[in-house]
Design a protein around this ligand. Sequence first.
Ligand SMILES: Cc1cc2nc3c(=O)[nH]c(=O)nc-3n(C[C@H](O)[C@H](O)[C@H](O)COP(=O)(O)OP(=O)(O)OC[C@H]3O[C@@H](n4cnc5c(N)ncnc54)[C@H](O)[C@@H]3O)c2cc1C
Length: 371
Amino acid sequence: MRCLKSLRKAVVKCISQVLSNPSNTMNIAIVGVGLVGRVLALNLLRQGHSITLFDEDSAYGEAAAGMTAAGMLAVFAELESAQSSIFDHGNRSISLWPSLLKQVNIPHAFKQEGSIITAHPQDYSELENFIFTLKSKVNQAEDIELLDNNGIIALEPDLEQHQKAFFIPHEGQVDSQKFMKASSDYLLAHEKVTWYENTSINKVSEGCISIGIEEKKFDWVFDTRGLGAKKEVQNLRGVRGEVLWLDAPEVDINRPVRMLHPRYKIYIVPRDNNRYIIGATEIESEDKSPISVRSSLELLSAVYTMHSGFGEARIVKTMTNCRPSMKDNLPFIAHGDKLTRINGLYRHGYLLAPAVVEEALKGLTWLKKLK
Ligand SMILES: Cc1cc2nc3c(=O)[nH]c(=O)nc-3n(C[C@H](O)[C@H](O)[C@H](O)COP(=O)(O)OP(=O)(O)OC[C@H]3O[C@@H](n4cnc5c(N)ncnc54)[C@H](O)[C@@H]3O)c2cc1C
């Protein structure tokens, strides 16, 4: 993970500001109240700070990638195509999510019951390679369990047609849409939060944000605009992802399930009342237009072969968004004078945001003095 050290001068300046400030408060802005902005806001409020939030969207965050995400905490499965550094941050985030969800009154939005990975028989070699790659990256992957048909039925009776799968015990999920809604309610009601909704910020610089031609000054500014920070964060790009939401009364799956295939990796993430999120494509494009016919066909036919009960499911929603990603697909934290940018959470926003925010705040030791 890239972390540019705070400028020593800036820190010294801020410490002297804090010491000379009798009310011991600072004027802090968060620009971009998607997933990272919310996790950051919850942390800063816990530390006793007052915050001003800006987002070009409404407070309910419909446009944020954090709203499109399935919320999987796939600390092992994501390792196949990621560096092992995300493993530690992923585990740390899994330990931090329960208290964040408790803070916004939805402790039940966190589940950690493991996940299942399977494949069609002709793709079993893909499955073996996948698990081999995980085991070669982290020792803890030894806990991944090979399941035969009986083992699969014991965990997920509805997957009885599958003969071979792997069970990854430590993985979990956050109900991302519940988190977005509950965090909006919590932040809107909080006496220490001022929220400028539907307010697009065209420039974020050191201690200053620009709203059209107007400038607002702050003691510290956090830029968490995701892809919206593209002009000011070099090498930031969007990676298109599409998901389908299905209501499938004939399907009863309780854990996230992945299916490997040479061309795509699909996942099924269960929500309440036999609702499933099916995703997700990964396309090098910043196009946020609706899901394509090709993607729909691929995702739906894969899911139908996984469980024939999806044949009678109803497509209740489709969503498309772009994952904010750096060249190396790793998170980006940069501290400047009165400015911190956090970005590049790619396909790992829920998996990494609590740990990445924690790391960013650790770099700003003077902030803790305000408690
Ligand atoms: C299809 C899909 C599935 C995903 N599934 C998962 C998953 O299962 N698990 C997982 O860990 N991650 C997943 N992700 C990734 C996760 O959603 C992202 O990593 C995460 O949302 C990035 O958070 P962010 O706060 O940086 O960006 P966002 O959540 O996009 O938030 C950015 C915010 O900034 C605001 N903004 C932008 N520009 C401006 C501006 N100029 N002025 C003011 N406000 C602005 C936006 O309105 C938005 O609210 C998925 C992503 C997609 C697209």
